[in-house]
Design a protein around this ligand. Structure first.
Ligand code: GAL
Length: 378
């Protein structure tokens, strides 16, 4: 009974905590252009790490972590207000991407004999779920879920969105759930779930741009990177896979050993990608569904380290090649190649690539995807 009262009291004040880690909110962040309120929540842990997530696009707006001297900085891109997020300057900063992250060739696919046409929003292809109601552009319903032993005794911030049948051209009413849980050992769990009432493709991801020296720092080319992949997905000039999955050995794509991002990137400047914008097929010793390391990145100056751990077969390495110096949060400028995304998920254009792992979700099945961002210093 006492526990129930305490629990109810915690809900009333809008703050639920386990031993240390807690989720606070909601707080008003602003309104969308069409008048919908957008709220922001704050996740905190015992080491002072702060992660903020807002209801527009279930988007991470801040991740504050310490460097090797204990100095905190926000390491992800964002904007000060909703207007910034709704502007053309926003290249998917921190958001949840879907229904299908990455490109779909010519915005077309055929499923169970029926052809579907999607918006061409990245000539000549479809990118990141569409134009108006892609998952980054809608306001999600948020709720704090109190600590539960199954979630390591930590509270969870849950976002729900129901995408109606046919939204952005995708079939089936699809219920999507994304949860964020910050643990005391400095890891942020992102768990994705989806169910649909018709067969439909699904490939969700988080699109945070990291600069471990602090968002707004000049470049990410000095970050050191290691990717748990012997193979990558070659693409054409429009960034659509050629259909092959090739060995990284002896190429500019080899990050099997820790390598500076800028070491060989110049060889890609004249390609359509203008740098790294490629999916790696992860080497996964574990069984499918279990999580394992995808990539480890370190900023040598600050000593900040990010490890990305996932249950998914791929990770897209995108080195912010299309950033153009837009003004972001706290007056910072985001120059070309000053942020890096490590997007966990399926392989690109899987709906048109018969040899890639399927991203089709059928009625009765549940899509599950775990992505963990683990922070430390070295
Ligand atoms: C990335 C994609 C890039 C670019 C970016 C958004 O996920 O791989 O090519 O489109 O999103 O600007």
């Amino acid at each position: 009974m006492l526990a129930r009262c305490l629990f109810a009291a915690a809900l009333v004040v809008g703050s639920v905590s386990s031993a240390y880690a807690q989720v606070e909110g909601p707080k008003m962040f602003g309104k969308t252009a069409d008048g919908k309120p957008v709220e922001v929540y704050t996740l905190k842990n015992k080491n002072g790490i702060i992660v903020k997530v807002m209801t527009l696009g279930a988007t991470i707006t801040e991740i504050n972590v310490p460097d090797k001297k204990g100095k905190f900085a926000n390491v992800v891109f964002g904007f000060d207000d909703v207007k910034g997020y709704e502007s053309k300057d926003n290249q998917y900063f921190g958001c949840t991407v879907g229904r299908v992250a990455n490109r779909i060739a010519k915005g077309r696919f055929t499923l169970d004999g029926k052809e579907y046409k999607l918006a061409i929003n990245n000539e000549p292809n479809h990118l990141h779920g569409g134009v108006k109601k892609s998952l980054d552009k809608v306001v999600w319903n948020a709720k704090i879920i109190p600590p539960h032993p199954q979630r390591g005794g930590f509270p969870t911030l849950q976002f729900l969105y129901t995408s109606p049948d046919g939204e952005e051209g995708y079939p089936g009413k699809t219920d999507v759930r994304v949860t964020y849980s910050l643990r005391d050992r400095n890891v942020l769990f992102i768990d994705y779930y989806a169910v649909a009432d018709k067969a439909t493709p699904i490939n969700l991801t988080n699109h945070s741009y990291f600069n471990l020296a602090g968002a707004g720092a000049e470049t990410v080319l000095d970050h050191e990177l290691q990717i748990e992949a012997n193979k990558y997905v070659p693409v054409d000039q429009t960034l659509i896979p050629t259909g092959k999955v090739e060995a990284v050995k002896g190429t500019v794509f080899d990050f099997t050993k820790t390598t500076r991002i800028g070491e060989r990137i110049e060889k890609l400047y004249e390609t359509g990608a203008k740098g790294y914008d490629h999916c790696y097929a992860l080497t996964r010793p574990e069984k499918r569904g279990e999580i394992s390391l995808a990539a480890k990145m370190r900023d040598p100056k600050s000593g900040r380290v990010l490890e990305v751990i996932t249950s998914q077969p791929g990770v897209q390495l995108y080195t912010g090649n299309f950033l153009f110096g837009q003004k972001g949060k706290d007056g910072k400028t985001y120059k070309q190649r000053s942020g890096v995304c490590l997007e966990t998920g399926g392989l690109p254009d899987a709906v048109n690539q018969p040899t890639f792992p399927s991203i089709i979700l059928r009625p009765g099945q549940t899509y599950r995807h775990t992505c963990v961002y683990a922070f430390s210093v070295e």
